[in-house]
Design a protein around this ligand. Sequence first.
Ligand SMILES: *[C@@H]1O[C@H](CO)[C@@H](O)[C@H](O)[C@H]1NC(C)=O
Ligand SMILES: *[C@@H]1O[C@H](CO)[C@@H](O)[C@H](O)[C@H]1NC(C)=O
Ligand SMILES: *[C@@H]1O[C@H](CO)[C@@H](O)[C@H](O)[C@H]1NC(C)=O
Length: 407
Amino acid sequence: MQVKVSSIIGLFCIIGCVYQIYGITKSYLKFKVRHDVAYDYSTSIELPAIDIMVPMFVAINWTKVLAHHPEMHDYCEKLKVKYEQSNFTIDNRNVKCKEYIYLMFLEKFPFVTFDDLPYRVDVKKIKEDTVDIRTCITKLIVASYEYKDIGCKVTRYYNGLAIFMRIFCLNGTKPSSVDTNTVSLNEGIVAYFYYCLPVQFGIRFSDSADFPSYDQSKYFMITSKPGSFPYSTINFAKTVMSSLEYPYETNCRHYNKDKSISQCMDKYTLSQSPPYLDKYSVHEWDEHINHLGFSNPHNEGEKVCQDELDAFNKCNQQAAATECKKTIYLVEGKFSDEVVGSNSIIIIVPSLNLNTYHSVHPVLPWDEYVIYIGRIVGFWFGVSMYDLILKIFIGSRARLRLNVNEN
Ligand SMILES: *[C@@H]1O[C@H](CO)[C@@H](O)[C@H](O)[C@H]1NC(C)=O
Ligand SMILES: *[C@@H]1O[C@H](CO)[C@@H](O)[C@H](O)[C@H]1NC(C)=O
Ligand SMILES: *[C@@H]1O[C@H](CO)[C@@H](O)[C@H](O)[C@H]1NC(C)=O
C-alpha cells in the first residue's frame, strides 16, 4: 500500500495542533487567577460617605419619652433605688431619671437591650422620639467650602438598636475631593464639622453604594461627658478590592451583601403574623410603615426564636459569596474631652497609610486564549504546507534552470 508523504505530514500536523489546543484549553479552563496589589500616591483626597451611628439609648429623647409615658415613672423609682439614695423632687424627677437611664445602659454596654424597660422602640417611636441628628451638624467645611455651597446629601437610616446618618458630598457628579496642596495650606485639614450629637456616637467612612453598618467595631466611637465639647481628629485609608466572577476560582458575585441579607430577613419577618422587623438589619428612614416593631411578639422578651435563627442562617448562606467590588475605609482617630471651645468638633486629616488596591486578574484571559489558539493553528498550518512550499520552491528552481539553459 502506498501512502503519500503529504498525508503523513498532514496527519502529524493535525495531531500536533489538536494536542496543543487541548493543553492550552485545559489550562484556560482551570480559571486560575493572579493577585495584584497597587498603592495610590494621588495628589487629591476623595471624601467618602461619612456615617454617624448613634446607639438607640442615646438617640432617644428621654425628656420627651418620660413626659409622655407615665408607666416609665415606676421604672425610674427602681433605678433611683439602684443608683442613688437621693430623693426625687417633682421638678427634677425626669432629669434625674434620664441620667439613671444612661447609667443603666452604659452598664450594659455594648450589649444594650431594652429588655426590662416598659418602653419598646418601634418604627413610629424611632421617627417621633429620637433626636433629629441631621440638625446636629451645625457646620461642615470641606476644603474651605461650607456644605451649603458644596452638594452634601444627608440621609437617615435605622435599625432596632441605633439610628444612622450619612453625609455624602458631591461636586457635580463626582465625590468631593480635596487636593493635597489645599490640605497643606489649611494646616493639614481635609474637612471639619461642628456638631451637637448625643454623648455617645460612632463615626466611620464608607462607600456611598453600601448600607451603613451596625457593627460597632467598624466605627471610631466618641463618648463624652454631658456638657463637655470633645475635640477629635480622624483619618481614613481606602482599600479597594476587585475580584472575578464564576468561572474563575475567586467566584465572587456582583451584589451588595449587607443589603441582600437585610432584604432576605425582611422577607421572613414581614411574612410572619404579626409582621415585625429584624433589629439588626439597617433600613432606610421611610422604607417601612410606622406600626412595625422589632421583635417577634410571640417570643419571650427579646430572645431570638429558633425559626428566626434558621431564617438568618439561610439568608447568610444565600449571601455566602464575596462581593466582586468592595471599597472599605479604615478609620483611626483620637479625641480629647477637654474644653477647647464651646463647640464639639471633628477634624478630618490625611492618613499616613496609603490607599491600597487589590485586584484579581485571570492568569490567561479570553483574548489571550484566542491569540494562543490562532498562533497554534497558524504554526501547524504552516508546517503542513511544508510539502507544497518545497514543491513550489523546487518547481521555480527547475524553471529558473530551464530559463538559464534556454539563454
Ligand atoms: C426633646 O424633647 C423635648 C420635648 O419634646 C424638646 O423640647 C427638646 O428640644 C428635645 N431635645 C432634642 C435634643 O431634640
Ligand atoms: C431626702 O429626704 C429626707 C427627708 O425628706 C432628707 O432628710 C434628706 O436629706 C434627703 N436626701 C437628699 C440626698 O436630698
Ligand atoms: C469642583 O470641581 C471643580 C473642578 O473639578 C473645582 O474647580 C471646584 O473647586 C470644585 N468645587 C468644590 C466645591 O470642591
